[in-house]
Design a protein around this ligand. Structure first.
Ligand SMILES: Nc1nc2c(ncn2[C@@H]2O[C@H](COP(=O)(O)OP(=O)(O)OP(=O)(O)O)[C@@H](O)[C@H]2O)c(=O)[nH]1
Ligand SMILES: [Mg+2]
Length: 296
């Protein structure tokens, strides 16, 4: 059979996480309309009788602005080094110098490179697509270019086929029943973070982290999972924003997150959210590692 790892890289907001979810058919990685959402290296596995692809979603490539940013970027670098195939996602509807910078960086790498020109559903008229593909092919010497839409699924099968063609013969890397390798508590934290992003992004862009403090079966009803999680912000006023008037925002975040968590753990969930202030946590290695962001 064929097997290998595929690192999904690209500028922030290009649609990498949406793509890993569509390629694997599972919600592996959280998505938002705002850039710099993904912080971890996130693994999604697709196994069929004839191949196994281990996809690695990565944070958007950009200049780090704080300690957390440095960790995020080092996660991308190690994902690139470890990958058999690089899947570079560019935003076809908003191709710019950020995409070009990334393409120049990978130009001379001795790895199979596939370029996904994403968001083609947003390209209007479609005739603009061909010159873009020709230009990328000419300037960066890559002929494996697939226009696609991670959102609508258009051309995703073709993309997968091309990925498989570029894998080598080998053993399975993970047991066939695995779909990801992300510890459950981080998945839960990520779901909560996604819901916080949806509700308060305008006011608090990136100073949010989530940590699950406790997860245990209910004392009275063992069928219910009790989860206590902390939403970390950097300032007192941000705490007020997350909580909202009469706790409305926090309630909405909690109820949306709870529904998704119930789906992934297959149990009723009692979710208790708290909001805590830790000043400048993104610059503190001890704190970021507590949230699972690792160290460099
Ligand atoms: N129209 C359209 N929107 C897309 C497509 N793919 C992703 N998006 C949207 O683009 C936004 C960013 O998507 P993400 O998947 O979070 O992007 P990302 O590259 O993982 O972003 P970072 O993790 O911040 O680097 C979201 O609003 C997605 O719904 C696509 O094919 N078409
Ligand atoms: Mg992402």
């Amino acid at each position: 059979m064929k097997s290998g790892t595929v690192a999904i890289i690209g500028k922030p907001n290009a649609g990498k996480s949406t793509l890993i979810n569509t390629l694997t058919g599972t919600k592996i990685s959280i998505v938002s309309k705002h850039p710099a959402t993904t912080r971890f290296r996130i693994i999604g596995i697709k196994t069929t009788p004839s191949y196994q692809i281990v996809f690695v979603d990565t944070p958007g490539l950009e200049k780090p602005r704080h300690h957390l940013g440095e960790i995020m970027q080092s996660n991308v670098v190690s994902a690139i080094e470890e990958a058999d195939v690089l899947l570079v996602v560019v935003d076809g509807s908003f191709f710019n110098e950020q995409d070009e910078e990334i393409l120049s960086k990978i130009k001379n790498m001795k790895k199979s490179v596939i370029i996904a020109v994403n968001k083609i559903d947003k390209i209007n008229p479609r005739a603009q697509l061909l010159p873009l593909i020709e230009r990328i092919s000419r300037e960066y010497g890559v002929d494996r270019i697939v226009p696609c839409s991670a959102l609508t699924g258009e051309n995703i099968q073709e993309l997968e086929k091309l990925i498989v063609e570029n894998l080598s013969e080998g053993e399975m890397i993970f047991p066939p029943e695995y779909t990801d390798s992300f510890p459950l508590v981080y998945k839960i934290s990520e779901i909560i973070r996604e819901k916080v992003f949806e509700h308060v992004y305008q006011e608090i862009p990136h100073s949010i982290a989530v940590e699950v403090e406790e997860m245990k079966p209910g004392e009275k009803n063992k069928e219910v999972m009790v989860i206590i999680a902390n939403i970390i912000v950097e300032k007192e006023n941000q705490k007020k924003i997350v909580i909202g008037k009469d706790g409305e925002k926090l309630k909405a975040i909690g109820s949306k997150a709870r529904k998704e968590i119930e789906v992934i753990i297959g149990k009723k969930v009692y979710l208790q959210l708290r909001v805590k202030v830790i000043e400048k946590w993104r610059d503190r290695p001890d704190i970021s590692s507590r949230f699972g962001y690792g160290s460099i």
